[in-house]
Design a protein around this ligand. Structure first.
Ligand code: NAD
Ligand code: MG
Length: 364
């Protein structure tokens, strides 16, 4: 994809126009670099536990930074990790990996990270949002890098433990030391990333494509598609239970096929009738208007207006966000779902926080 002129916010990570991916494997990374650092992993959630444990197993000096009273302290200590407050962990370290939720990073930086940064330190992220939109502005003299696994933390950790790895995106926003790339690759190697392959990117490309993917396709696109399909069948008088199986439950079967072998393997596996419907109906659902709207969504991501609105919403305590979440949970497919999933213990069904009471009191 070719992008237009750069915005003022865009720094030297201008290589988003590159077409050929550069992928680095174990033999292109020196584990010794990160082994000579003192690393703080801030946060012990999905990514935090995977990074901290795998760094430790790779012979890296690592401590975990968690606020007092955090439920994760016991878990981290239970794994034999040293746990300090975020501020203490940052003071002790010369490489800080920020693995707390993105919307909390700005405050954590102000409280704990920023005050502890000195020249020669390195600040690492697993997602580019805070840097791309200027929520965190590290001082010059500090390397700013990204190592972003393309999978959830439990998979990252399990693959590492089994001698394999999950692919990672690596990027350098600021190369103060002149050695930031080798350091980022060294870190990637320590969590198993270069076993699978480390793909070079930029903070800009990673952030913008990540936001676009979740909005247009993975979360926004899919959720609306499911609801629209379900509503259409129910409004036409079909049983909601049957509509649920067709428009939500079976999505898993299709996605599993796509995950393993792409669209062609999915189409190979389904019936010819289903494949014919795929070709004839698909372009009527995702129309040129939809594609135009995707371009607008991308433009709002790139010009920073999505991020600006989301930060303002957070600063207000998320009133619209929380109201929308509540409203979405009242959709008939969400009210019906728990009952049907309870018929299928093999799914290991779970009930989303906030949904339990509403679903229990609903008729369906
Ligand atoms: P998470 O919600 O699973 O875990 C967050 C952790 O941060 C928890 O342990 C929480 O206790 C801790 N925490 C909260 N506030 C804190 C504070 N003030 N100080 C220290 N610790 C604090 O988060 P995650 O999904 O692991 O995401 C971490 C980063 O990794 C994000 O930048 C995210 O975009 C990125 N990432 C996540 C995934 C994924 O699949 N989960 C994949 C790639 C990248
Ligand atoms: Mg993502």
């Amino acid at each position: 994809m070719r992008f237009g002129p750069s915005s003022a916010a865009r720094d030297h990570d201008e290589k988003v126009t590159r077409k050929v991916a550069e992928i680095i494997y174990d033999d292109g990374a020196d584990l010794g670099l990160v082994q000579r650092r003192h690393v703080a992993v801030l946060g012990y959630g999905s990514q935090g536990h995977a990074h901290a444990l795998s760094l430790r197993d790779s012979g890296v000096d690592v401590r975990v930074g968690l606020p007092e009273g955090s439920g994760s302290i016991e878990k981290a200590e239970g794994e034999g990790l040293r746990v300090l407050t975020p501020r203490e962990a940052c003071e002790e370290s010369d490489l800080i990996m920020v693995l707390v939720p993105d919307h909390l990073q700005r405050a954590l930086y102000a409280d704990a990270i920023g005050p502890a940064l000195v020249e020669g330190d390195a600040l690492f992220f697993a997602h580019g949002l805070s840097i791309r939109y200027g929520l965190i502005q590290p001082p010059s003299g500090v390397d700013v890098c990204m190592v972003a696994p393309k999978g959830p933390g439990h998979l990252v950790r399990r693959q590492f433990s089994e001698g394999r790895g999950v692919p990672v995106l690596v990027a350098v926003h600021a190369d103060a030391s002149g050695n930031a790339w080798p350091l980022a690759l060294s870190y990637a190697k320590a969590i198993g990333g270069t076993r699978a392959g480390a793909l070079k990117t930029t903070f800009t490309e990673e952030t913008e494509t990540d936001l676009f993917g979740e909005q247009a396709v993975l979360c926004g696109g899919v959720s609306e598609l499911i609801k629209a399909g379900f509503d259409t069948l129910v409004e036409a008088g079909y049983q909601p239970e049957v509509a649920y199986f067709e428009c939500m439950h079976e999505l898993k079967l299709i996605v599993d096929l796509i995950y393993r072998g792409g669209l062609s393997y999915m189409r190979y596996s389904i019936s010819d009738t289903a494949e014919q419907g795929d070709y004839t109906a698909g372009p009527r659902i995702i129309t040129s208007k939809t594609r135009e709207e995707m371009k607008k969504i991308l433009a709002e991501i790139r010009d920073g207006s999505f991020a600006k609105e989301w930060i303002e919403e957070n600063d207000k305590g998320c009133p619209n966000f929380l109201a929308t979440r509540q409203r979405e949970q009242t959709h008939p497919i969400e009210q019906l779902g728990p009952k049907l999933r309870a018929m299928m213990p093999f799914l290991q069904p779970v009930v989303a926080p906030g949904l339990a009471t509403k679903a229990a009191t609903s008729e369906k």
